[in-house]
Design a binder for this molecule. Structure first.
Ligand SMILES: Nc1ncnc2c1ncn2[C@@H]1O[C@H](COP(=O)(O)OP(=O)(O)OP(=O)(O)O)[C@@H](O)[C@H]1O
Ligand SMILES: [Mg+2]
Length: 707
């Protein structure tokens, strides 16, 4: 049995194989020609813009949806665990029960093992080749199940379940709570805990970091690094994903690409690919132009008929260049200016919120002034969403007041779009409902800014992808923004470019806003004031996120020097500093990067001009000179022939012979010139191709250059 198992692992059996997979939804192709092989321990990252089909692919692998074309084959008995993008959890179990029962019990596992063993024996007796694919797979499965059972008490103990729950931020007091009571973000963690506990052969995670605070993202990152089974992970958080994966599935405008390597390597490859395609297309265009020029020039000449014919053939045989890599449409919008308003836009006095015994806040005093851009940070469960909902008038306070300044209206963006969007309505109807006076053109143009156009505006909210739904919610906000915006995790579900575009619009807007987010690059770019919500209090810091984190570190050092314990906020900045920034890179770095890029491009262009002058230009000159010679010789040839056609000349033998000799010489010269021209021409092409290849190799990442 042991030997069999070894062989089995060496052969790296495929767990799931998709060949030429194709999916259509609502009559529109989502992807086609997708071939994918998931082997044991493979670590895939899935990237692509909102609505490109990432979730669809996971649903197919999870068996929740089927292909419209192609095949999917899974090794028998492969277990998959799926964390959907939107969690819907029925209640009736405590959190710890929920996690423990996510794996079959010891008894059930033992029965399954016995079944597999019986099948193996049956097949052996029937004389089946022990090295056959099925037998190997069966043996491997038995060994796996045996090992699972051997370590059942260790791997599937209540202790292990609690460890995972604690890692995801649950506290001891939560273990006995009914899962139904948990908030959306915590439900998601509950399901994730169950999956991590099960350790399925193939783990499918759809944007698991969306609802996680920084320490939990860091924890998940560490967990996945040690995870030794296969997983496919969707995330718009580039840094997080890059650390985890060794293969990439990318939904590109031209189709799905599957590649080896992490995200950085993929971006590099993609940039090279773009440069090579561009160089190739240029080369083909030039080649075609030259052949056409030749045909055009010599078409009328009988003695060139063969040369012309061969070029015409060459032209016919010439392939069209492969299409260049398409650029994606990116969401781009700006909120309308607000103009003059009262100074105090929102005033909170003595605000208190309690759920039964549990007091979330007591006696909060906060003021939002004109020009304030507040970034709310703090751990999950601190009450950030509840605070925002009370400010928006969506939830009642237990005591205290929220006063909205005269002439101020509030726009609110909820964390869970299910709270504000009706799954039965279309995207168009949702936006139209906010501003009933708006014309169809205006509604379409608002949706268009969020890359929802054409027939897509008539899609029902219920079928939209996570990111598309987020865009509809943003479009509603744009249709009627008000003077104050309250935004709860607005970059969740948005692809990277869209997150950046949103940050840009918020940063340049003149209204006041409060944004709750775990996305550090968003808070960095937008906030001029930080509210840290933690342990029932709101700490107000008049400065940017980096200034705030610096001040915390300073305070912490000082307090340590005075022999005091770590301050309340210590966990957040240290974990924050270590954790990846959801939603992508540092904006400052991006700007610097693009300036450097520009400079590098100028250098490259100058260098290219110089190389051209040295290597291509002389050959080009020779080609042109030869063309002039040919033209002159052709004229002479023409003169001699027409002279010889004159009957008088023909009747004058010495003159005729002289002309004949001249004609023969001209013809020889012409042949030689043509030959030289062709050689020079070939040399020119070579020089140009070499230059193109060098340029392609020297052009840095276009795709990756953004982050
Ligand atoms: N029943 C349906 N009818 C029509 N279109 C559908 C249906 N279900 C899904 N779609 C569309 O299929 C596309 C792919 O959706 P999918 O959820 O796979 O995208 P995604 O890549 O996960 O996007 P996101 O990053 O926003 O989560 C979307 O444009 C979505 O609107
Ligand atoms: Mg999705």
């Amino acid at each position: 049995m042991r030997a069999l198992r070894l062989v089995c692992y060496k052969r790296a059996v495929s767990l799931v194989v998709i060949e030429n997979g194709e999916v259509q939804l609502g009559g529109r192709p989502i992807f086609r020609d997708l071939s994918l092989r998931v082997g044991e321990g493979d670590r895939f990252g899935i990237i692509g813009p909102n609505g490109s089909g990432k979730t669809t692919l996971l649903r197919i692998l999870a068996g929740e949806q089927s292909l419209n074309g192609g095949t999917l084959q899974a090794r028998r008995g492969v277990s998959t665990g799926y964390l959907p993008q939107d969690i819907d959890l029925a209640g009736g179990k405590t959190l710890i029960e929920f996690v423990l029962t996510s794996v079959p019990g010891r008894q059930e596992q033992a029965e399954r093992l016995a079944e597999s063993q019986a099948e193996l024996e049956r097949r052996q007796q029937a004389g089946e080749d022990p090295a056959s694919e099925t037998m190997m797979a069966l043996a491997g499965r038995i060994a796996d199940a045996q090992e699972r059972l051997d370590h059942y008490d260790r791997d599937f103990s209540e202790f292990q379940a609690m460890r995972i729950l604690a890692g995801l931020g649950f506290e001891d007091g939560d273990f006995g709570r009914d899962v139904r009571e948990l908030s959306g973000g915590w439900k998601m963690r509950g399901v994730l805990a169950g999956l991590l506990f099960q350790r399925p052969d193939v783990l499918l995670l759809d944007e698991p970091t969306n609802h996680l605070d920084m320490p939990s993202v860091a924890w998940l990152s560490e967990f996945l690094k040690r995870y030794d089974r296969a997983f496919l992970l969707i995330s718009h958080d580039r840094e997080f994903l890059n650390e985890q994966v060794s293969r990439v599935i990318s939904f590109e405008p031209e189709g799905v690409r599957v590649a080896q390597g992490n995200l950085e390597e993929y971006a590099r490859w993609r940039a090279e690919q773009a440069a090579v395609l561009e160089a190739r297309a240029k080369h083909i265009a030039r080649e075609r132009e030259r052949l056409e020029r030749f045909v055009e020039r010599f078409r009328a000449q009988a003695n060139k008929a063969r040369a012309v014919q061969s070029r015409v053939k060459q032209l016919e045989k010439m392939e069209d260049p492969e299409p260049l890599l398409l650029e994606r449409r990116v969401m781009a919008f700006s909120f309308p200016p607000v103009g003059r308003t009262v100074r105090d836009m929102l005033k909170v006095r003595g605000l208190r919120k309690a759920f039964g015994e549990r007091i979330l806040f007591s006696g909060l005093d906060l003021t939002l002034r004109r020009g304030d851009k507040i970034g709310i940070i703090g751990p999950n469960g601190a009450g950030k969403t509840t605070l925002l909902r009370m400010l928006a008038g969506e939830a009642a306070a237990s005591a205290g007041s929220v006063d909205v300044g005269a002439g101020v209206t509030i726009g609110y963006y909820a964390q869970h779009h299910a709270d504000t969007l009706d799954p039965g309505r279309t995207a168009y109807e949702e936006v139209a409902a906010v501003d009933p006076a708006a014309t169809e053109t205006r509604i379409r143009s608002i949706l268009g800014a969020f890359v929802i156009s054409g027939d897509d505006v008539n899609k029902r909210v219920g079928v939209l992808s996570g990111g598309e739904r987020a865009r509809v919610a943003l479009a509603k906000l744009l249709a009627s923004p008000g003077e104050v915006l309250l935004l709860d995790e607005p970059t969740n579900h948005l692809d990277m470019e869209s997150s950046e575009s949103l940050a840009e619009s918020l940063a340049s807007w003149d209204g006041a806003l409060i944004v709750v987010s775990h996305n550090r690059s968003l808070i960095r770019r937008v906030a001029n004031t930080i509210w840290n919500v933690e342990a029932g209090a709101v700490e107000h810091y008049p400065g940017t996120l980096d200034e705030y984190l610096d001040s915390l570190r300073r305070r912490w050092r000082e307090e340590r020097a005075h022999g005091e314990g770590a301050p309340r906020g210590e966990r957040a900045p240290s974990a924050g500093a270590a954790a990846p920034a959801p939603g992508g890179g540092d904006p400052g770095r991006g700007r610097r990067g693009s300036k450097d890029e520009e400079r590098a491009k100028k250098r490259r262009d100058a260098d290219r001009r110089q190389r051209r002058a040295q290597r291509v230009a002389p050959v080009e000159r020779r080609v042109r000179e030869l063309e002039q010679t040919i033209t002159a010789l052709e004229a002479a040839h023409e003169q001699h022939t027409s002279a010889l056609a004159d009957p008088d000349v023909y009747d004058d033998p010495p003159r005729r012979d002289g002309l004949m000799a001249d004609l023969a010489q001209t013809q020889r010269d012409l042949d030689a010139a043509n030959e030289a021209w062709e050689a020079a021409y070939a040399e020119l092409e070579e020089a140009q191709a070499a230059l193109d290849a060098e340029d392609a190799a020297a052009t840095p990442g276009r795709v990756g250059g953004r982050s």
